[in-house]
Structure formats: C-alpha cells, structure tokens
Design a protein around this ligand. Sequence first.
Ligand code: ADP
Length: 516
Amino acid sequence: MNVSEKDLRILVVAPTSRDSGITTELLNGAGIETATFTSIDALVGALNEGAAAVIVAEEHLAGAAKAPLAAWLTRQPPWSDLPVLILTRPGADSPESAEAWRTLGNVTLLERPTRVTTLLSAAQTAIRARSRQYQIRGHLSERLKNEQALRTADRRKDEFLATLGHELRNPLAPILNSLEIMKLSGAFKDAQTQQAGEVMERQIHHLNRLVDDLLEVSRITRGVIEVRKQPLELSAIVKAAIETSRPVLDNLRHELTVELDQQPMCVGGDPVRLTQVFANLLNNAAKYTNHGGHIWIATRRDEGDAVISVKDNGIGIAPNALSQVFDMFMQVDRSTRRSQGGLGIGLTLVRSLVSMHGGTVEARSDGPGLGSEFIVRLPLLVEKAAAAEPPRALKPLPARRILIVDDSRDGGESLAMLLRVLGAEVSLAHSGRHALECVDTFKPDVVLLDIGMPGMDGYEVARRIRGNPANRNISLIALTGWGQDEDRRRSVAAGFNHHLVKPADIEELRQLLTVA
Ligand code: ADP
C-alpha cells in the first residue's frame, strides 16, 4: 500500500489560533506538512484521510472532549500506533495531561513554552515511527493480497479439477452400459472377441478410477485415498500395467524389455491402484523418451521386498529436479508438458499409492539426456496370491417400471437398453419438463434422474415429483457425475432416496432397483 502525502502530515490543535499559526510555521519550515483544526472533533474527522501524528493542546483534552480521539485510537488496525504529542501547560502536571498520557497510548508530553528544537525533534521522531508503521502496513497488505490470490487460484484449481473429472466421467457411463449390453446379448461369443471385451471392460474401469483420482486430487496430497488390499501376484500387475500402457509405447515406437523374476512374488495390494502405479511410470518413461527409445521394466527380490524398476533412455532429469518430481503439479520442463499433455499429478499419485502399500519410490537419473529410472519397493507377502475372482453374471430385475431422465441421449438410451435386457419396463425422458409429464403418464416405480440438465435440473425435478402426494411411493435415484459430500447432501434435501455416481456399478444399480 502506498504512503500518501496526507499520511505524512501532522494534524494540529493548538491552545489558540495564534499558537496554531506559530506551530504550523515552525513545522512547515522544517519541511513537515501540517493541517490545523480548532477542535478535537474536526481533527478526528480528518484522521481517517491519513496522518503521521497529532499535536494537541491539553486544554482540548479536558473531560469528554478527548473521547472522539480516544475512540479513534482504540479502533486503530494492528499495524497502527498513532503518535500523539500533547502540549501541556507550564508547571506541575495537570490532571488532563496525566489522564491523556494513561489513556491515549503512544503519547509524548511537551511542556509549553516548548523549545523549537524540542518540538521539531519530537515531530520528526513521530514521523519516523509512523513511517515504520506504514512499512508494516505495506507488508501486511501485500501478504493479504498474495493470500487472497493464492486462495482464489486454489479454489479455481479445485473447481477446474471437479469440472474436468465430471466432464470426463460423463462419457464413461454410456460406454460401460453399451459394453454390458454387448455382453448380455452374446456379442462376445468367440475367444477373440471375448478377450477384446475383457480388455475394454478393464480399461474403462481403469479410466473411471483415474477420473476419480482427478476428483480426489486434494485428498491425494493428504494420502487419504482408499485402497482395497488383497494378495496379488506381482507379475500379473506388471502385465496389466504393460497392457494399459501398450498403446502409448507402441505409438511412440518404443522397444520394451520385460525382465520378471522367475519366482512368483506376492504383495498385498489393490490391483487397480498398483496397476495404476506401474502404468503411470511406464507412460512417463514413454512420454519423456524420444520416439523409438528403449524402456525396461524389471522385477526382483531384495530381502523382504519386491523391487520394481522402470527405466528409460530418455530425456533424463536434472539432479536438482530429482527430489521435486513427486510434488503436486511439478513438471520439470513446461514445453515437454505441453507437447505431451500431462497434468503433473501422476508421480504425486504414484508416491501416495506406493506409500499406502507400505512401500517407497525413488527417482534416479544421471542427468539431462541420460535417461531415468524409477524404483518402487513393496513389502512381500508370504502367502500365495488369491485365485482370480470368477466373472460376475448379472441377475435379472424383478418387474419394475423405471423412468430414466438424462439429457445425454447416449447415456439415457444405453442404460434403458441395459435395464430392458434385465427385464424392466423402461421409459426415457430427455429434459426435466418431459420427465414430469412422464411421471404422470408412465407412473414409474423408480425414477433414475440425472442432476445436471439444462433448464430444469434434477434437484428441481425431484422437488416437484415429491411435491405431489400421489408420487410418495416413487423411489428417486440420482445418477450423476457429481459425487462430493455436498452433492449427496443436496440430493437428500431435494427428496432423493439414493445417490449414485456415474458410471454406476451395474450390480449396485441392479440391487437398488431390486429393492426400490
Ligand atoms: P506429468 O507427466 O503429467 O507432467 P508427473 O507427475 O507424472 O506429471 O511427472 C512430473 C514431472 O516429472 C514431469 O513433468 C517430468 O518433467 C518429470 N518426469 C517424470 N517421469 C520422467 C521420466 N521418465 N523421464 C524424465 N522426466 C520425467
């Protein structure tokens, strides 16, 4: 905050107008700006425009006269301690000056007749002290501005990540639904198409978890992501990660060398999260290596640990950046980031996930141009990996009239097809108004309602459905891309019975529809 001319002036209320004239002349002569007043009230009125100090004759402070000044002084901001110079009568201390000294804070008493040098030195000392206070005011206001800018940026970042996650999640629901339809209609009949179907399913689920991570980005730093641990055979995880990264590796024509330890190694972990760890490292190795490079992934045992190394002969990392690459949004070279389109959260996530599995990860590089190696250590489990879960088969639904409301045609229609295949009677509405008409004509048992729709949103539709007592037995299920606690609270308040996040787990949805 800048110091204005008014901030450096001294406000004067002398015993008489003649005294005021003399004092002002002396101060002006020494280069000090002044403003004179005939009463404390007038002086206090000017204080808010800025002042370095005040010079007041004690006569003006008698009794209640000093109250406005005392009140102004007590209201000062923390950086401010306005110097008050009181011109006292000659002789013994008067009760007014003694009282003023006690109550007005930063007070200097100057006995009249005051020597010129005494007055000037007191005025200059006051201005100096006040200038220090202005410096503190400047620092505080700068800090406040920075804090506000940081808070705004942080809020925008959170909003952006939530929107991004939401936008990415929306297309996943119709894809997943369509896949379920293809499975149920026997589209995957031979071994080859079945394998392709399984790959698609795995990858969509994986994508879905990645989108979740984006939404959980603030939780990542605090390490509060949930991991569902089970005994795992490490090579299966490494293979799944290679499969995930295969398109990126192939696209950039990298050669991949895989060297897996001969003996099976069992670790306790969440298969999706651990696959994500190695897929992230492989993707990075691919991204930060020039076309046609060489990437190695190897596993070995080291005492009680499984050690997994992901190495490349790519652009390498400068020594000073090695310790920072795991920090949130950290990217060593922004131009590389632009061409490769990363978010700078991959390694933050890797480190959090590995440490949640009781492991560690470190980055090594001999420097720019000399390739990089990421080494993950995970504690080994003694027991054998559990057998793979048998594939689930969906059970049919009991007879239900279900109204699906979704402004996305693909999302609504694919879900409608799936529920019809499962035996439900389904109707579709693509807007809030249309939904309300359908509720009256179709008389559904359950309404699956999207929240974010143009015009009338899902909350409003829910409130209107609940507003009609004839609809009290209808079960309302929110099916939305928004899954934060606040979104769930809002949907309960609007009258929903359940809140599912897209793409909903089909089995979870089937169970809800069965009991709804
Ligand atoms: P992103 O790849 O989205 O930028 P990451 O968190 O995965 O974010 O990586 C952070 C930074 O670490 C990258 O921007 C890059 O500068 C550096 N980095 C990661 N992996 C490698 C690698 N294999 N070789 C060189 N630099 C890497």
